[in-house]
Ligand binder design. Structure first.
Ligand code: ADP
Ligand code: ZN
Length: 731
């Protein structure tokens, strides 16, 4: 697949389309020819679909029947390294290559010709009369140098109306021009801003820059507690990468974090980078996709799918909060963006920076094994110190039923309020109550389509299934025994905690941060900014608050139920609890006031709780690593999770049973099949789910064996088989 493979008109070419067919299709090259990597439009039955020229056609049949490529699209061709990446990613994840191509073409209107729009820049003329509004328009234009604005952007930047701009155009003071709608992103100035790094940071930044300068692949685990200045350090690596003329990508685990991050990029580089996530408009997505491909976007900040953008010359990928489970795509094409970042970087000679206060055991072990470089930032930047950590032994607290805030914690919160400082109460459960129970018959209200309990959301006045999203109104009578008025909430969710806290502290200003209380990312951002500015005494939050927001006057974190995560049977339960508790605790005392984190627990002697309290991180990782190694599970062994699902339970069980019996391809590599067993959530959206688990040693060709194995079976139309390599969840 040489970069220069060119196919003259009429030559036979092989095309990969985005359609779910598991093969390449042959076409004839269009008028003017095409080359390997060209994005094209091809006929498929009565439709026109998008595809990519993958190489020469197969031939070997009646060539007169072969149809022609309709046209080559006006976008940058897919690079060789991208094709290599997609193929290797498909081989690793066992997703069909067509599904990988869909990930790589998720921008609207790629087949549309580039359209034009009017933009405005500074003109030569002077206005006859200067008004305030006019001055602001001219200032906005000169402040951003040669940059052009759309009418809307300019009016906004100047705080005036479009007609003022139009007036200036008439006088020649502002120039109106037609340009392609997808404009290049503003130039990022690597020497624009930046802080003076402390010696620790400077050393780490230098190491990262050495990697970036090499132009080769390399991965670094950048570990440092929240607030130690990791972001400042990796922004230096970004700067170095841009100076080399290459592109950089920063992945964030949560859209809610982008706004704060964009502001920091602007302060560092003088302009905003390209953005790629589900909150970006369709037009902006298309602009981003095209400009990334043309090299006219130097830096992209985005969600995991940004990894599949058509970078022209990607030199650095930062995966911030690399341990975050949202990097694993759990729907459709399953992949882990952290692992795929490493794969992509090996394909294009890029550096990867995995940043975290609490790395995943996978990354920790890769650093131990010398596969990744490891850099540690040991102290928090400036005066801020790690919070002091204490347990509240709930067995010794006097707490009435249906109450969750212990008297000790109440005292701590009150003390903060008296000093005008903020407290955060953390509970990792959305909604009002996880269970609704009928006190007459003992029935628990479940979802009609899933094997899951409905969660009461009082704010929405509905019951909601957290599996499938189905909601229904809260009934007055029990759906099972039809007795009225005996339905009762059991257990706490964030809304119920808020109710309790409101009763406990009637004069406090209370803010609740939970993803379902906000209609939009913008509303959430505004709320977070208000809290950071001091608009709340007590913040009540779910997982959402654990991720990197800065609340300067927050000095107390209270974890309502530190035992919650320890109950699961998930192999990562200990690791996840450890990470989450440390992340949450890291919210306290970020600036100059020392913080305290208290954990309410019924098992203060549990090894994970003790490790959290003692702060002996390396000790925790080592103990956890030994246990996993002994059990032969990741990162010391390999797993694949198989789910067979069907509307018909017997059908799913039959196939899963047959798969367990006919396991020769797996046995040949020494792998073992466990199951079948009903999945922990045995029904989702009306589909019955049966699980198998495949366990193998490291270093065996697991994917090949899995596809040989799965290839033996015919799947009836209703049945779905999903294979999850390196599963993160086992529901
Ligand atoms: P992390 O990414 O590790 O959580 P940040 O890079 O966000 O840490 O740094 C925490 C805070 O400290 C931020 O407000 C950041 O601007 C500030 N900070 C970090 N390093 C420096 C520095 N060398 N000089 C000035 N401020 C810094
Ligand atoms: Zn459901």
């Amino acid at each position: 697949m040489a970069e220069l493979s060119f196919y003259d008109e009429g030559a036979l070419v092989s095309v990969l389309t985005t359609q779910p067919l598991d093969r390449f299709l042959d076409y004839k090259a269009p008028e003017g020819g095409c080359r390997a990597g060209s994005f094209v439009e091809v006929p498929l039955g009565p439709r026109k679909v998008i595809g990519v020229i993958w190489g020469p056609g197969e031939g070997g049949y009646d060539l007169s029947k072969v149809r022609s490529v309709i046209r080559v699209l006006d976008v940058a061709p897919m690079r060789d390294e991208m094709r290599t990446f997609l193929m290797r990613a498909a081989d690793y994840t066992l997703n069909p290559l067509t599904a990988m191509l869909r990930l790589a073409t998720r921008a609207p209107g790629l087949s549309d010709p580039p359209s034009m729009q009017k933009v405005y820049r500074l003109g030569e003329g002077t206005p006859d009369r200067m008004t305030d509004a006019r001055r602001r328009v001219l200032e906005a234009l000169s402040h951003y140098g040669g940059l052009s604005f759309t009418l809307k952007e300019l009016a906004e930047a100047a705080g005036t109306s479009g007609s003022v701009v139009k007036g200036l155009v008439k006088q020649g003071a502002v120039r109106e021009e037609d340009t392609p709608r997808d404009r290049p992103y503003p130039h990022l100035d690597c020497d624009y801003g930046g802080v003076e790094l402390n010696p620790d940071q400077a050393k780490a930044a230098e190491q990262l820059c050495v990697g970036v300068t090499s132009g080769d692949y390399g991965t670094t685990l950048l570990k440092g507690v929240t607030g130690s200045g990791k972001t400042e350090v990796y922004l230096e690596a970004v700067a170095e990468c841009l100076r080399k003329g290459r592109q950089a990508l920063v992945l964030l685990p949560e859209i809610a974090l982008t706004a704060e991050f964009l502001t920091r990029v602007e302060a560092r580089f003088g302009a905003r980078p390209a953005e790629w996530h589900s909150g970006v408009t369709m037009t902006e997505r298309r602009r981003c996709w095209r400009m990334v491909g043309e090299g006219a976007a130097q830096l992209v900040v985005g969600a995991r799918s940004a990894l599949y953008l058509p970078f022209r010359d990607l030199g650095l990928i930062v995966v911030d909060e690399e341990h975050d489970s949202s990097y694993k795509q759990e729907d459709g094409a399953l992949y882990n963006a952290r692992d795929m970042s490493v794969l992509r970087a090996t394909c294009c000679g890029a550096q990867v920076v995995l940043a975290s206060a609490t790395p995943s055991l996978e990354s920790w072990a890769n650093a131990e094994a010398g596969k990744y470089q490891r850099l540690d930032l040991t102290s928090r930047f400036g005066a801020a110190e790690l919070p002091e950590m204490r347990a509240i032994d709930m067995r010794a607290e006097d707490l009435p039923g249906a109450r969750w805030v212990s008297p000790t914690l109440v005292g701590e919160v009150r003390a903060r309020m008296e000093k005008g400082e903020q407290s955060l109460l953390f509970i990792n459960r959305r909604g009002y109550a996880p269970t609704t129970l009928c006190r007459a018959c003992g029935h628990q209200i479940g979802c009609d389509h899933c094997d899951a309990r409905m969660v009461e959301h009082r704010f929405l006045k509905r019951l909601m299934c957290h599996q499938c999203g189905e909601t229904k109104p809260m009934p007055d009578t029990c759906p099972s025994c039809e007795v009225e008025g005996r339905l009762a909430p059991i257990g706490p969710g964030v809304e119920r905690l808020a109710e309790e806290v409101t009763e406990l502290f009637p004069d406090a200003r209370i803010a609740v941060l939970s993803s379902d209380l906000f209609g939009s990312a913008r509303a959430l951002k505004e709320q977070i900014e208000a809290i950071a500015a001091g608009a709340a005494d007590i913040i009540i939050g779910t997982q959402l608050v654990a991720k990197g927001h800065n609340f300067p006057s927050l000095t107390l974190v209270g974890v309502i139920d530190a035992d919650l995560g320890l109950q699961g049977s998930d192999l990562r339960a200990a690791e996840r609890t450890f990470q989450l508790m440390r992340q949450v605790a890291g919210r306290a005392g970020r600036v100059e006031k020392r913080g305290v984190a208290v954990l309410q627990t019924y098992q203060p002697e549990h090894p994970v709780i003790r490790a959290i309290l003692s702060g002996d991180e390396e000790g925790f990782w080592q103990a956890e690593a030994r246990e996993r190694e002994a059990a032969g599970v990741p990162p010391y062994g390999r797993l694949a999770g198989i789910v067979v699902s069907s509307p018909d339970a017997a059908q799913a069980f039959d196939l899963a049973g047959e798969m367990a019996r006919r396991d020769d391809p797996l046995r040949r590599i020494g792998a073992t099949v466990f199951g079948p067993a009903p999945a922990p959530i045995a029904r989702i959206r009306g589909r019955h789910r049966v699980r198998l688990l495949v366990k193998a040693a490291k270093g065996v060709p697991l994917q090949k064996a899995l596809s040989d194995w799965a290839g033996q079976f015919r799947l009836p139309a209703n049945l779905r088989l999903s294979i999850d390599i390196d599963p993160q969840s086992f529901y």
